[in-house]
Design a binder for this molecule. Structure first.
Ligand code: FES
Length: 643
């Protein structure tokens, strides 16, 4: 990976080829003026590329006269193949590097897809569902074996596939299919489940063995992500995400379960999530220009409620004491049975769960990260509506869940949104002029809302520069006109003025929004704190903290520590894995051994019910402050706040 050096602060970071320079700067904590979210029109993010290879986009008309000779706009510049040195001119700089101001330097190391694959893929990865093209000989009076026998014989002799079982739906259409296709066919054979080796699930006319595509799906309570994967090259061909359509039946798993228990509720709620997956499937197929027929397998990772509702399984007992799920390991099922718009024979693999509130999403993430193979004592936090936490290493893994609410996925906030185009994901205040923040949006377009990573950074910056008080209330005496009384008298902060926004109003963060965020971060932190103590450890004994969630490309972990979402630990302990649940689902699409790994991981995890841990509620209440009512837990943050 190319190394990027920023002078004069001498900050060094790594970036991927093709990465946008402004995004690299935000994730490295290098702050410059950037008023238009990276849309390339304000002309403020000027830098000088002193050495190395970059590519730049043609300047937009609005910025043309503003860019000085020899300067380039960071938001329109992309990293090339070599190391790069970038000089930040004085008039672009908002402030010196955070580290030089004594801020806790918690950048967090990104765990890349390549790292996940090199650690977790088996030696000879084979997809759980394979497609074989066969040319059969036409039967004769002398050679009169049945159509099915003829097919399975060819699979054995031509491809070494020892088919032991056949899905019945294949048979009624097989005779006509083979004859109409002149005895050339493609057989799909599933071999991922321990319970059904070499299982014939589909036969198609002609040779359609390639491409053999699969869908990795993260079924979140708030958001659904789908990645289209080529099982041969292991490349992700396209990715898409959207809100889970079940949201109209309630924001959290409890309200979904209650809805599903009434009348046709279960069918309706299954249809809703299937609708989300179907829409996203169409999106990724369109993006990749791939035919639906080429998809042969779907791996879905979701929390226990999401998994049961997707599979159409009665979920009522999940919310009733003693909180028993219908199953922890799910048998093979056809995607069409879950309402997915797929031909018969496309198999759906649902990740195994651990308990009613610790599901296949965390199992998928833990297995992808390989926590069960690592010696370091690790705190793994999946930050989402249903927050899930694991503490452990290769010797043991304890897990718990907490209801954090959808705030970090943009839910429940007036201008909250998912991590998608137009979402504010980076924010920095200029201490010399609090009215001129730096704003970075995903896709570098005009801002239309704020996503989870933007919200974390925004809260931390407002707090650090005295605009927001530790009790979550705005400081009306702060020297900025951005704090004002909104409709109904509530105080709010204007993140983006209407003129700079891609929506027809100011984009604001209000005190009720902040109350929601404090509840969410308090639930996550107190859950982690309770679990760490439950296993007899203290936070400083944790050797690694791995954060995952639907945050998009990065989350500023220093800011997450600052607001009390993450523990105040040294920088080199923090790692960020983008959507761990989806990462595991991707591995399941390309490596059948990973399905067994996931089952093994789910068996290794021991569940702790936080609602029955007496310490949890006290810790939750104590965490309803920024960063925490117990200042001794956040010594580095307090040092900065007390300056
Ligand atoms: S021109 Fe780059 S942020 Fe506005």
């Amino acid at each position: 990976m190319p190394e990027i050096k920023f002078v004069p602060d001498n900050v060094v970071t790594q970036a991927e080829q093709g990465e946008n320079l402004l995004e690299v700067m935000v994730s490295a904590g290098v702050y410059i003026h950037a008023g238009c979210g990276g849309a390339g029109v304000c002309g403020k993010c000027q830098v000088v590329v002193a050495a190395g290879e970059v590519t730049t986009q043609a300047l937009k008309k609005a910025a043309k006269d503003k860019v000085k000779p020899g300067h380039t706009l960071a938001c329109q510049t992309f990293i090339g193949a070599t190391d790069v040195t970038v000089e930040i001119p004085d008039d672009s700089r908002i402030r010196k590097m955070a580290s030089s101001e004594g801020e806790p330097v918690v950048k967090g190391q990104r765990i890349t897809r390549q790292q996940v694959e090199s650690f977790m893929l088996s030696e000879d990865p084979q997809p759980p569902v394979k497609k074989y093209a066969v040319q059969l000989t036409e039967p004769t009076v002398e050679d009169n074996t049945s159509d099915l026998q003829r097919l399975t014989n060819a699979l054995r002799t031509e491809h070494g596939a020892d088919v032991r079982d056949v899905d019945f739906h294949v048979l009624p259409v097989l005779p006509a299919l083979l004859r109409e296709a002149n005895w050339q066919a493609t057989a799909t054979v599933a071999n991922g489940w321990e319970s059904c080796p070499d299982h014939l699930v589909r036969v198609q006319p002609g040779d359609s063995a390639s491409p053999n595509l699969a869908l990795a799906v993260d079924v979140g309570t708030t958001s659904v992500w789908v990645a289209l994967v080529d099982t041969a090259s292991r490349e992700v061909l396209a990715e898409a995400s959207d809100y889970n359509q079940q949201i109209s039946f309630g924001e959290d798993v409890i309200s979904r379960i209650i809805f599903s228990a009434k009348g046709d509720g279960l069918a309706d709620i299954q249809k809703a999530v299937a609708g989300s997956i179907n829409k996203l499937t169409q999106d990724v197929l369109d993006k990749a220009g791939a035919p639906r027929d080429a998809v042969s397998f779907i791996a879905a990772a979701g929390n226990t409620t999401m998994t049961q509702l997707l599979l159409g399984i009665d979920a009522r007992n999940i919310r009733l004491s003693p909180y028993i799920p219908a199953a922890n390991v799910f048998p093979p099922v056809e995607a069409v049975q879950a309402g997915l718009d797929m031909p018969r024979g496309v198999m759906l693999y649902a990740f195994p769960c651990v308990a009613s509130y610790v599901g296949g999403d965390i199992v998928s993430g833990i297995a992808a990260y390989g926590l069960h193979k690592r010696p370091e004592m690790t705190l793994y936090m999946d930050i989402g509506t249903n927050g899930e936490i694991v503490v452990g290493n290769s010797d043991f893994m304890m897990c718990a869940s907490c209801s954090a609410g959808p705030a970090f996925e943009g839910g429940g906030l007036e201008f909250g949104m998912r991590a998608t185009i137009g979402a504010v994901e980076g924010f920095a205040l200029n201490p010399d002029n609090l009215d001129e923040p730096m704003i970075l949006t995903i896709g570098r377009t005009k801002p239309i809302g704020i996503c989870g990573s933007g919200i974390i950074t925004l809260l931390a910056e407002l707090m650090q520069f005295g605009v927001l008080q530790q009790n979550g209330k705005f400081n009306q005496d702060a020297p900025t006109k951005r704090v004002r009384q909104g409709e109904g008298g509530k105080l709010e902060y204007v993140v983006v003025w209407k003129d700079d926004a891609g929506v027809d109003s100011d984009i604001v963060l209000s005190e009720p929004d902040i109350d929601n965020l404090i509840r969410a971060k308090g639930a996550m932190y107190s859950g982690a704190h309770t679990l760490v103590e439950h296993v007899g450890l203290t936070m400083d004994m944790i050797e690694r903290v791995v954060i995952t969630g639907s945050f998009g490309n990065y989350v500023n972990l220093a800011k997450a520590v600052f607001i009390g979402l993450l523990p105040d630990l040294p920088a080199d302990k923090f790692f960020y894995m983008r959507n761990g649940s989806l990462a595991g689902a991707r591995l399941a699409c390309v490596d059948r051994a990973f399905l067994r790994t996931a089952e093994e991981v789910s068996r290794m995890m021991t569940h702790v019910e936080l609602s029955e841990a007496p310490a949890y509620m006290d810790k939750y209440m104590a965490a309803q402050f920024l960063p925490h009512t117990d200042a001794s837990l956040f010594p580095n943050v307090m040092k900065i706040l007390q300056k």
